[in-house]
Design a protein around this ligand. Structure first.
Ligand code: G
Ligand code: MN
Length: 369
């Protein structure tokens, strides 16, 4: 090959490399803006989901509309159509949104590896009250305070954590932190009556080392385990019922209580409820939505309440957002409530502020036992 040919080939290679770099850069830019777009749209979804149904009106086709004038103007300004809550869920989005969703998931997965070390995962606390709105305890809820994407709720990152195995260190951290928090409350005469619930992922609970791990945490923190509740979902309990019952029984010997979370979304039957050593049943928020207007939903809730009373299980109604729902549940005989009506999940300092404000006027009562 002549010198000239060599030079031409070298230049062509350099051009090719530059072109390749350009392409990679453009793709990275595209990916970033696609992720941003997806984040914005899912934040909007979350925002709209957070609006109680009571302030949404239905249009002639039965779609829910936002009535707030400011929001209306904002939508018009950005040339957006009216959205009902379900219309903008990412799952019903077109192909482009699906790709953005996948990119977002990838970005989240790579960031999740560092989230614990960077102290971006937090426990938020949401109040539980009785029929007189007296405070009974709290549920600890995981939140990811992402530096770029804002506050991320567990339904967006727990599935990723479960797939990647990160759920084990994250779950262990959440359990340990919740117990440490409970210890602090138990050492404070004004807060010592509070009970604390924590969600346990199926992957976490079914690990052979889980019972030993929890026993260690109890020993180290020295908490009174009677005030600790583990929330498990129906599907976990039914997946490997014999093993689940065995582990639950071992933990119950230590004083720990169990709550069946999201009841009404799975396939539990009365015989399962009799079999499982559960202390509390939490009715899922989806049953709350139309309960005050729909006699059928109200009847289902009433049946669940009657059933738990017969079985000697406590009942918590989750997702209570309106006075109407609260009044309806009270009338049906419910005893414990959780939902935005009483308080949203909040960081521990805000939660303690809420406790202080409430304790200023009233003293805590018996817990959900
Ligand atoms: O399934 P579990 O009980 O763990 O669900 C708690 C989740 O439900 C939390 O992420 C919390 O933010 C959300 N939540 C709590 N109360 C309400 C409510 O009143 N309305 C709605 N839409 N969500 C709620
Ligand atoms: Mn829960």
């Amino acid at each position: 090959m002549t010198q000239k040919q060599k030079k031409t080939r070298l230049r062509a290679k350099q051009d090719q490399r530059a072109l390749h770099l350009d392409t990679v850069k453009s793709l990275q830019k595209l990916q970033k803006s696609a992720v941003k777009l997806y984040v914005l749209s899912s934040q909007l979804t979350r925002l709209i989901d957070a609006i109680p149904d009571s302030v949404l009106l239905k249009d002639r086709e039965g779609r829910k509309l936002i009535t707030n004038k400011l929001t209306q103007r904002l939508f018009k300004l950005h040339d957006l159509d009216w959205y009902g809550k379900t219309d903008i869920a990412p799952t019903s989005a077109p192909q482009e949104m699906r790709i953005n969703h996948e990119l977002y998931q990838m970005a989240l997965e790579s960031d999740l590896h560092f989230a614990l070390a960077r102290r971006e995962l937090k426990l938020y606390y949401q109040i539980l009250v009785d029929s007189d709105r007296q405070m009974l305890g709290a549920e600890a809820l995981l939140r990811w305070e992402h530096p770029r994407y804002g506050l991320i709720t567990p339904e967006h990152f727990i599935p990723i954590a479960e797939q990647s195995g990160l759920i084990l260190p994250i779950g262990a951290w959440a359990l340990k932190s919740a117990c440490e928090q409970l210890k602090l409350w138990q050492s404070d005469p004004l807060r010592k009556e509070l009970s604390l619930s924590i969600n346990i992922s199926p992957c976490q609970f079914s690990r052979p080392e889980f019972v030993g791990q929890l026993r260690q945490i109890l020993k180290k923190t020295g908490i009174d385990a009677l005030q600790l509740k583990l929330e498990l979902t129906e599907s976990l309990m039914l997946h490997d019922i014999a093993n689940t019952i065995e582990n639950m029984e071992r933990l119950k010997l230590l004083g720990i209580q169990f709550s069946m979370d999201n009841f009404g979304t799975g396939y539990s039957s009365l015989s399962h409820l009799k079999q499982l050593p559960i202390d509390v049943l939490k009715i899922d928020q989806f049953l709350m939505r139309d309960m005050a207007n729909d006699s059928c939903d109200a009847m289902i809730v009433k049946t669940i309440i009657d059933m738990t009373q017969k079985l000697g299980i406590k009942l918590v109604a989750g997702g209570v957002e309106t006075e109407q729902q609260f009044a309806c549940l009270k009338q049906l005989g419910c005893s414990t409530y959780q939902g935005y009506l009483f308080g949203k999940p909040m960081p521990v300092d805000q939660f303690e502020q809420l406790l202080d404000n409430r304790l200023g006027s009233t003293a805590p009562r018996d817990q959900v036992r």
